[in-house]
Write a protein that binds this ligand. Sequence first.
Ligand SMILES: [Zn+2]
Length: 183
Amino acid sequence: MTTLDENTKAELIREIATALAKKQRLAFASDFHAFAEGRTLILAGVPFENFPKGPNTKRSDGDVVAHAIVMALAGATNTGDIDDWFPEKGETGVRSMEYLPEMRHRLIEAKQLVIGTIDVTILCGEQPRMKKRTSEMQRNIAEGLRISLDQVHVKVSSMDGQDEIARLEGIEARVLVSLWEGL
Ligand SMILES: [Zn+2]
């Protein structure tokens, strides 16, 4: 076995790192819905039945986590937006978490991509209630995309100072995804 001198080794490492960096795709997305009375709040497929309000939207069940994940995956692959993937039909009964396996089939598997991490931040004034159920949310996301639990992180922030959120007038999810192609 030949040993490489330090310069050749450093050059090789730089070349491999550059090649890998070009294969990585990162995207950030955010989805916000104002609250309305009489709708159920659902986050990453987890229903909060005792919560007094839910998202005021005609799109599906208004799951901001699922919507932001779809937007981030579409953004990372430059394949349009949520409306291109799932045209809005005004059906409030649609479960948005069903978008995830569909994106896995039609995007991740079709383009032979590998998901690195999915990092979710939920912004809501009712932080304690949500915090208790982040592990359920993580499990739903991991199952939907068929990735392992340690690739998904969900956290909740009350975002002190952001008045709309603190007064419970709406809810937002922010998502960062990393993908790799051709590995
Ligand atoms: Zn939405």
